[in-house]
Ligand binder design. Sequence first.
Ligand SMILES: [Cu+2]
Length: 162
Amino acid sequence: MKITRRDGLKMLGATALVASPLSALAESHGGMHTVEMLNKAPEGKDRQVFNPPVLKIEAGETVKFMATDKGHNSASNDKMMPDGAEEWKGKIGADIEVTLDVPGVYGFHCTPHQSAGMVGLILVGDVTQADLDAAAEVRQRGKAKQRYEDYFAMAAEMLETA
Ligand SMILES: [Cu+2]
């Protein structure tokens, strides 16, 4: 394989991103998005949260779930993802990177804290309100149900402002 100057620069960029302390912040850098796994929300009183809990990305972009606090993981909700999408399940206390190629609505949760409401949503590509409504039909228990109501409302706002 011939490595062009352009590819080389891309690879340098990716390496720099991983090594940079900036990657610890909940920001997106050219196709890489980060979600922190936290014991306590940065604002308010919520405990066991993903930060941010809802994000909108382009197809083919990567989300890095960061084990900022220990004792959490990120796992896809197999019932809340587009057809043909790959499931994921991170180890407890470990970072995991997930590249989402298939457009649609993805639900995810922390395995030990799902019923405590540690859940989230990722909108990939061109998502419609009908897609959100379909995902919102998936049955949720306990505090996850309550938080998903908030999160679907946040997701609907993102569609409007997109
Ligand atoms: Cu957790």
